[in-house]
Design a protein around this ligand. Structure first.
Ligand code: PLP
Length: 386
């Protein structure tokens, strides 16, 4: 029996909870990204590894030709292992430690996205010790809000990320005095799960202003990196499995004024992998509470923390049942009241043993799993491998 995209009998043989990835959808998503980005000259797409670093997922993304955007030494290692060329690896993060910077230098990565002057000095020193020149871009805080959850906006002056705009010129001039760093680009990232193209337009306007200022100071920039943040439709994973890449890239093509020879880099995470992944969990018990019914499942926030951390909505389906829908709170086994996937949602009537699919969980799911309560980390299975 298959229900929707799910080969239920095969899934039933696997120890739950686990992540199930539809590799066909992932490949289709990557084709769409490449098709839409390649319509515009100079557009270069990286994958934000932090969304999902499952080695098989990384390999498929590398095969599609995307670069890798890393935020730690561990991600750089995972990207290299998955075959990403170092010339396509960028490394961002507010707190890069020395071993991580040294790793990036040893591997001759494409670019360090630098977030402060003290960090720039350390990169210059470490590069000098190796007799190398590090390519650096500055991450600027554009003070552009994004219409998304407060915990995932990053481009406001109050956020910890990036260098303040008014410091842009002094920071670049500082870098130009150093012997072991080469200033090559500007970097931005305003937040995540952004569906309003107006937010990206606001970023474009800001970048245009900053580029005008650079021009007045006769400073040349090889590339502009606008980060990621494109959102997906959590409400309708079946009807809208692909994010609106066309509008996204078209917005940048229309609004951002690239200078001669400049490339425009993107770092998409969620939009690449979210819809292809589902967390598959088994119903352990149906508990009739005083006022409502609970479906108690074997996955918890240790497997998927987004609902507990961001009050995120994930569509849930009972893929073992065709019975009439009933309302349940779907809850996990962790000893915390926040271990709730959804409250009072309608799913096909559930019984012990039924498999539930928690949809749109391919991004910030498996990678954020923890071992709290001494639980085992969930494994990931690919649709073309089971
Ligand atoms: C998290 C992050 C991304 C990816 O964000 P998505 O919303 O998943 O696309 C891109 N760039 C940087 C610097 C990030 O921190």
């Amino acid at each position: 029996m298959a229900k929707g995209i799910f080969p239920v009998e095969k899934l039933a043989a696997i120890q739950t909870p686990f992540y199930y990835y539809d590799t066909e959808l992932l490949r289709q998503t990557l084709r769409t990204i490449n098709d839409e980005a390649s319509k515009h000259e100079g557009f270069v797409v990286h994958y934000a590894v932090k969304a999902n670093a499952n080695p098989r997922i990384l390999r498929i993304i590398r095969e599609a030709g995307l670069g890798a955007d890393c935020v730690s030494g561990g991600e750089i290692e995972a990207s290299i292992k998955a075959g990403f060329p170092c010339s396509k690896i960028v490394y961002a993060g507010v707190g890069k430690s020395d071993w991580e910077i040294n790793l990036g230098l040893d591997q001759d990565i494409f670019c360090f996205n630098v977030e402060s002057i003290p960090e720039l000095k350390v990169i210059d020193e470490l590069a000098s010790a190796k007799g190398k020149v590090a390519r650096v871009a500055f991450r600027l805080n554009p003070n552009v809000g994004a219409h998304t959850h407060a915990n995932i906006t990053t481009g406001l002056a109050e956020n910890k990320f990036g260098i303040a705009m008014q410091d842009m010129i002094p920071v670049i001039e500082e870098a130009q005095k150093m012997n072991n760093v080469k200033f090559v680009g500007l970097h931005f990232h305003i937040g995540s799960q952004i569906l309003d193209m107006g937010d990206f337009e606001a970023l474009c306007n800001r970048v245009n202003e900053l580029q005008d200022e650079l021009e007045r100071h006769r400073i040349r920039v090889e590339h502009i990196n606008v980060g990621g943040g494109l959102g997906i439709d959590y409400g309708h994973p079946n009807r809208v499995p692909l994010p609106d890449f066309k509008s996204y890239f078209d917005t940048y093509a229309r609004k951002l004024k690239l200078r001669n020879g400049q490339t425009l880099h993107f770092e998409l995470g969620r939009a690449v992998v979210a819809q292809c992944g589902s967390l598959i969990t088994r119903t352990l018990y149906i508990k009739e509470g005083a006022v409502k019914k609970f479906a108690i499942v074997d996955a918890g926030f240790t497997d998927l923390i987004r609902p507990a951390l961001y009050q995120a909505y994930h569509k849930i389906e009972n893929i073992s049942s065709d019975e009439p829908a009933e309302a349940y709170d779907v809850v996990g086994p962790i000893c915390e009241s926040t271990d709730v996937f959804a409250k009072q949602i309608d799913i096909n009537r559930a019984k012990r043993g039924d498999l539930l699919a928690i949809r749109s969980a391919g991004a910030y799911g498996e990678i954020m799993a923890s071992q709290y309560n001494c639980r085992k980390l969930p494994l990931g299975y690919m649709s073309d491998e089971i």
